[in-house]
Design a protein around this ligand. Structure first.
Ligand code: HAM
Length: 416
């Protein structure tokens, strides 16, 4: 038997109903905040991700699904969506058209991580990106939108962690000093931590290993001693606005995030209900990325969230299966095409859900199925009534039934 690939999931219709409902809420939420949906391809040139997410990140180093296509081009299934949004923005030169571009997206991303609860290889992200504003008000808008989305879905026990990484010009000095302060503890670190220290020292700050955290806590220099007054001011302004908006947050000086493009503000939303994989969403500023990928000097900020983690935090009940308003029951299979015709008319004229059985089941089992589908009405096609151009309608909830002329069916349901 061929099975699905580890770390991917099939969603049956009852589970998809939950997602459709979440997406409907998200679409409205984003639109009323002035963000429009962008859809980009799920695969891109590999270089897009290595240049933006970063050569030395876990994502680019070991988690991407990459292949060489028939034209010898290296292609990759997107591991995240920010890089694609920036690529599209640059390609369409959108800064020429509008001073600020606000996008949101919902779609699958792919990372070859070790699957566990809340961590998949094909997962779904929704997120937003605002390109064009360098101001702290924009940071505050993005963070408050992330917070309000989870509130909208009834998630409590939320913590927002926020930090600043300063601008690019301090990154090198801070990384070198960090490395220097920790290299003497090398023999206490595991292989992946040593690797981080060598190649991407900032990442050691958010190690989950308690012993490492202790060493880091006692010895690592504080990034706030490095960032410029201007960046410090920016950070303070962001937190002041969050205070005004009554959005709770904690300043976590160890928060660095796993992607290389960040500058200044970074943040994550954590839920204590999620267990090991506790990050509901994460994001930050990436003021240099548009230029680095060949565009103008355009500042930007955004975040992305895992749909599966939101669903875990929502603790949703399973839905019933697809339901219907009207179930047309055929006494004989020769009437099925006629029933299909009538179903189309009802759907078109009334916009209701109508189900016609194609299994040629007995009346009894069609009736049982109608009940299972929570049909409000069943319409029964039988020989005697049809001879007089009539049909029999049963209200499944109230003990009420009528025999009417087929021609009157629309007005009958309109008055129900
Ligand atoms: P990220 O932190 O790598 O950031 O991912 C964002 C969110 O996607 C995570 O907080 C998590 O909820 C979800 N996620 C990531 N990996 C997995 C996985 N393997 N399984 C399930 N869920 C996962 C980014 O992707 C950035 N592009 C965010 C951003 C947007 N920064 C600026 N704009």
């Amino acid at each position: 038997m061929i099975k699905n690939i580890k770390g991917t999931k099939d969603l049956l219709p009852n589970a998809t109903l939950n997602i459709q409902d979440i997406e409907r809420h998200l679409n409205v939420f984003m639109n009323i905040h002035g963000y429009g949906e962008i859809r980009t391809p799920i695969f891109e040139a590999t270089e897009l991700f290595s240049r933006s997410v970063g050569e030395h990140t876990d994502i680019v180093n070991k988690e991407m699904y990459t292949w060489i296509d028939q034209n010898d081009q290296s292609l990759t299934l997107r591991p995240e969506m920010t890089a694609s949004v920036v690529r599209a923005y640059i390609q369409k030169q959108l800064w020429k058209i509008e001073p600020i571009s606000k996008f949101y997206y919902i779609g699958p991303s792919f990372r070859r991580e070790r699957p566990q609860k809340g961590r998949l290889r094909q997962f779904h992200q929704f997120g937003i990106e605002a390109l064009g504003s360098p101001n702290p008000e924009q940071d505050a808008e993005i963070i408050s939108m992330a917070y309000n989305i989870y509130k909208m879905f009834g998630i409590n026990n939320l913590t927002i962690k926020i930090n600043s990484l300063g601008s690019e010009n301090i990154r090198e000095k801070y990384s070198n000093d960090l490395k220097e302060s920790l290299i003497k503890f090398k023999n206490k670190f595991n292989e992946s931590e040593i690797n981080r220290l060598e190649k991407n020292p900032l990442r050691i700050l958010d190690s989950k290993n308690k012993d490492t955290q202790k060493i880091v806590g006692n010895n690592a220099p504080n990034i706030f001693d490095y960032i410029s007054n201007k960046d410090n001011e920016h950070f303070n302004k962001v937190t002041n606005i969050l205070d005004e908006l009554k959005i709770p947050y904690t300043h976590d000086q160890k928060l660095v995030r796993g992607l290389d493009y960040y500058t200044k503000t970074v943040f994550e939303l954590i839920s204590s209900d999620l267990g090991g994989q506790d990050a509901l969403c994460g994001g930050g500023r990436y003021d240099n990325l548009v230029q680095e990928l060949g565009g103008q000097n355009i500042p930007a900020i955004g975040f992305a969230a895992g749909m599966e983690r939101l669903i875990l935090a929502m603790n949703l009940e399973n839905n019933e299966n697809i339901s219907t308003d009207i179930y047309i029951i055929n006494v004989e299979s020769i009437y099925i095409p006629k029933a299909m015709q009538l179903a189309d008319l009802l759907r078109k004229e009334l916009g209701v859900a109508v189900y016609v059985d194609s299994l040629r089941r007995s009346i009894k089992s069609q009736m049982r199925h109608a009940n299972k589908m929570n049909a409000k009405f069943s319409v029964i096609f039988d020989v005697e009534n049809l001879k007089q151009n009539k049909i029999f309608i049963k209200n499944m909830n109230e003990n009420k039934q009528d025999t009417i002329l087929i021609d009157n069916i629309i007005s009958y349901f309109e008055s129900e």
